[in-house]
Structure formats: C-alpha cells, structure tokens
Design a protein around this ligand. Structure first.
Ligand code: PMP
Length: 398
C-alpha cells in the first residue's frame, strides 16, 4: 500500500479495486463524445410528469412522515408494492420478506457483508456485472467463474464443479438480459440451479434490473418458484429512474433480520421521500403496466435500429440481436483488431464504447466489447456508428 495514508488502509481496500470502468465512463462523458458506453437508461424513459405529481401528493398529504426517518427495512407501502411485483414475476412473497435498499448495488453489498467471509466461494457467470464482481472481491470472496451463453449460466458446468468439491455460498445470476452478455437464464437451467441449491445448501442471488425490458417475448418466472433458497434483487433503476436509489430485495425468512441489521449499520434506511414517491406511483395499478409497455417499445425500436446500422456499417462486428435490456455484446471478427485499441481509437473519433476485458474474470475478453443503444437518438446513433467505422479502419491500419 502506497501514499501518505497507505499504512492506515484496511487490507480489504486493495481487494477488487478496478478503475477500469470509472476511467471509461469518465472518458465517455467528455464534451463532444457520443456515448455508447454507460449502462444508463434513456433520458426520455423517466416518467417525469407522474413523478412530479406523486411528489406533490406526498408533500401535500404526508410531508412529515415522508421527510422523517423511517424503519431500516423500508416503509410499509413500499415493501407491499415490492411484494406485489415479486409475486407477479415469481413466487408469492409477504411484505415482511422485503427490504427496501438504496439500489440493488446496496443489496449486493448487504449480502456480501452479511454472508461472505474471507475465502468463501461465490460462483458467477464469466463475464459478469462488474459492480457485483467488485463487491464480492472486496468482501474477500474467492470467485468461481462459470461459462455462460445465450441461455445464461452453464448450470451443468456448475453441477460438475459441485460434484468435484466446489462449495459456493452464493451463486450470482442476472436472469434476464445479462449485463454484459444479454443472455437469459433458461427455464430448464433455473430448475436445475434451484435443485442444486437445495442439494448443496447454497443461496442463489438473482439480480434482475432488466427483466421488465423484454422487447422480444416476455420474462421467465424467477428461480424462487422452484426453491426458497433464492434472494431477489429488484432494481427500479432501469425501469423508473436510478436517481432516487430505491430498490427491492426479497430474502427467505431466516435471513431478513440479519440483512436488516447490516442495512441499519450501513445507512440506517433508504431515502424516505423516494420511497413515499414511488409507493404513491405504485398505488395506481394501471401505472406500471402502461409505463413498462412504453419502455419496451422505446428500447425495442432503438435496439432494432442500432442492429440495422451495425450490420450495414460494421460488418466485422458479430452479435446476437438483444431480446431485451440495454446492450449489444459484440465480438470483433477481424484478426488485426482487438477491443482495447479499438476503444482508444473510437474515443479519439468521439464515440465511447466499453472493451470487454474488465467484465471477464478468467475468459479472454480481448475481442469483446459492449455497446449500449439506450441513450442516443437517431441522428446521434448514425453519427456514433459512423465514427466507430472510421475508428476501426484506423485501428486496422495501426
Ligand atoms: N445489477 C446489474 C446487473 C446492473 O447492471 C446494475 C446497474 N448497472 C445494478 C445491479 C445496479 O443497480 P442499482 O441502480 O439498482 O443499484
């Protein structure tokens, strides 16, 4: 450990440190750069008028409660709303099994701090969501990376690893439109995973920010319909807005108390006002279905338009067309170009992408890259793809 305060730092601050994504996202925000990098929702996806009306209602009717401290596990109305949504998309859950967290990212952190001791094993897809990799590494976990494909984690490989002695405490999956691969964990693999959880005694963590953004087909029921060893993280960041930092976590009875105690020691509670505002929105049963229907059209149109452009202008890029979510996960199909130099070249041309390597644990990510189609409008999309085509020609000539 170096620097003036190096000797004071806890050992774990060196674990799971990665500046790669913050560096890439900072570059993507530079003036004049068109960003296909961040996993952020489209600005026109936010239900601004409805949020304003809900905030107004909350302040006129319940200001003293909404501006006050609230219970660590969340306000009752929000826990009830999460329980209803959980039941619509998986097994029935009582509101007592819900914690309202400051984003799903905090849910991951609470799980790591409550369950993981140094050296414990956590199994996950390779590549995986970097935010989860960092949380688990920082808690001292040993990662067990597993191959993944269009149908999600290769649960058969997990089964084999378990049979030869692997003993993960947690198995982390992104069940729909995985970040970054776009895979959807198949029904058959969900069943198998649940069966293995029962047999070997691990917990499944289902982190599902994208499940409601299916624009081709629907979503599959949560793995918790097959086992009660499942913890669900239900982010609202991609479907409502990330700025309020309100998400739901559902967990089995025997874990809720411990998770709430960790939550309390972390930040006392999730933003009370944000919980009141969202609970007000959810109180109208027609709001969410109509809002999600609009998002599916918005993102489906953007994804199809981007796929068309990529095929036309970037034939050296191969990808499976996404069925939902926010990303294209692509392979650079040219022996002369890898994704890191392409990323540098693209930035110099004024378009930001994310090279695949930071998401990869053991896999070779050197020809992979992630493109987000969410935030650019039609003209920006054309220009962004044109800049990427120029960057490729330059990278090829280097
Ligand atoms: N999990 C995954 C798979 C994500 O992609 C993200 C956001 N990029 C998160 C969790 C974090 O979500 P939240 O904003 O709810 O903390």
């Amino acid at each position: 450990m170096t620097g003036k305060f190096g000797a004071l730092l806890a050992r774990r601050t060196a674990w799971g440190r990665s500046d790669a994504i913050s560096r890439i996202l900072a570059a993507a925000n530079a003036p004049g750069v068109l960003s296909m990098a961040g996993g952020i929702p489209a600005p026109d996806s936010f239900p601004v008028a409805r949020l304003a009306a809900a905030a107004e209602q909350v302040l006129s009717r319940s200001a003293t409660a909404a501006l006050q401290y609230a219970p660590a596990e969340g306000i009752t109305a929000m826990r009830e709303a999460v329980a209803v949504r959980a039941g619509e998309t998986g097994a029935a859950v009582s509101p007592e099994r819900v914690i309202v967290t400051s984003g799903s990212q905090q849910g991951l952190d609470l799980l790591a701090r409550t369950l993981i001791e140094e050296g414990d094993q956590v199994a996950l897809d390779d590549p995986s969501y970097l935010g989860a990799v960092q949380v688990f590494r920082r808690a001292g976990a040993r990662l067990l990376p597993l191959p993944t494909d269009r149908d999600g984690m290769r649960v058969d490989v997990l089964e084999h690893r378990l049979a030869v002695g692997a003993r993960p405490k947690l198995v982390y999956v992104v069940p729909h439109f995985h970040n970054p691969t776009g895979g959807v964990l198949s029904e058959e693999r969900r069943r198998l995973l649940a069966g293995l959880a029962e047999r070997y005694g691990f917990l499944v963590v289902e982190d599902d920010p994208y499940g409601d953004l299916a624009f081709c087909g629907g979503r599959l029921p949560s793995t918790d319909v097959h086992s009660d060893r499942v913890i669900r993280l239900m982010s609202l960041s991609k479907t409502l807005c990330p700025g309020l930092r309100v998400a739901g976590l559902t967990a089995p009875d025997g874990l809720i108390g411990e998770l709430v105690a960790t939550k309390q020691s972390s930040d006392l509670q999730t933003n009370t006002f944000g919980q009141y505002v969202l609970a007000e929105l959810f109180a109208d049963p027609s709001f969410l279905p109509a809002h999600l229907a609009r998002l599916r059209v918005l993102y489906g149109d953007k994804a199809r338009a981007t796929a068309g452009l990529l095929r036309e202008r970037l034939p050296w890029l191969t990808f499976d067309e996404p069925r939902g979510g926010l990303f294209f996960w692509c392979t650079v199909d040219d022996p002369l170009v890898t994704s890191e130099p392409l990323y540098e070249r693209a930035l110099a041309e004024g378009v930001a992408i994310v090279p695949g390597a930071p998401f990869c644990i053991g896999e070779d990510g050197s020809r992979l890259l992630r493109l987000s189609f969410a935030t650019l409008d039609e003209e920006q999309r054309r220009e962004g793809v044109a800049r990427l085509a120029t960057a490729f020609e330059k990278a090829r000539a280097d």
